[in-house]
Design a protein. Structure first.
Length: 210
């Protein structure tokens, strides 16, 4: 199997190529202009790759603009290679970095809020959350917190009896690729891919003039 994975849900974006059971990856921390970094990294990673079985991509929650860049990148590759797309939740991919156990995946939702989900042995427990960090960290301890939000809200995690994963801020793109490897049955056409937002975008279309 040859599979490309793309994650741009957080400030550390990443690409991974799973090929013949081996994973090669690239990641970088960005403030803005993720597409300018993704394009040359993608070209280098896919050099010599003529056929892809699928493209996996984080579909949210996460930063609106960055998510759209990642999804657009994934769709562009899928259309060019004629392969389907495997959507994976961005919090699920981050939880998979930790492995089994009780894992709280967190992303900084800005405005004093966190995107979060609790996982038990890889299975999500409850709903996706968009709440103040004190609230999302109010889960039964012990637990391990991961994702960029675990670093941003480390004090709240520890106050709730949790521990911060040592690689919490790393790109989860390799874990995403390995998750997607077993989900070809969940692949969709590029036209059917949808982002999973838990909050409306801040930028709204202007109202039509009357």
């Amino acid at each position: 199997m040859t599979l490309l994975a793309v994650d741009t849900a957080g400030p550390v974006i990443g690409l991974a190529l799973l090929r013949d059971g081996q994973v090669r990856s690239w990641s970088a921390r960005v403030v803005r202009g993720a597409d300018a970094l993704l394009t040359p990294a993608l070209a280098a990673l896919l050099e010599g790759v003529d056929v892809l079985d699928a493209v996996a991509v984080s579909v949210g929650p996460g930063a609106f603009t960055s998510l759209r860049v990642g999804v657009a990148t994934a769709l562009g590759v899928a259309l060019a290679k004629g392969c389907p797309v495997i959507p994976v939740g961005s919090l699920e991919a981050r939880a998979a970095m930790v492995g089994p156990g009780r894992v709280l995946a967190l992303l900084d939702g800005r405005k004093g809020r966190a995107y979060a989900a609790l996982f038990q042995d890889g299975e999500r427990v409850g709903e996706l959350l968009d709440e103040p960090p004190e609230q999302v960290c109010g889960v039964q301890a012990p637990f391990v917190a991961t994702g960029e939000g675990a670093l941003v809200f480390a004090s709240q995690v520890r106050a709730a009896g949790g521990a911060v994963f040592e690689r919490a801020g790393d790109s989860p793109v390799e874990a995403l690729a390995l998750l997607a490897r077993g989900r070809l049955d969940q692949a969709v056409s590029p036209q059917a891919l949808r982002l999973r937002y838990v909050r409306d975008a801040d930028a709204q279309k202007p109202a039509p003039r009357t």
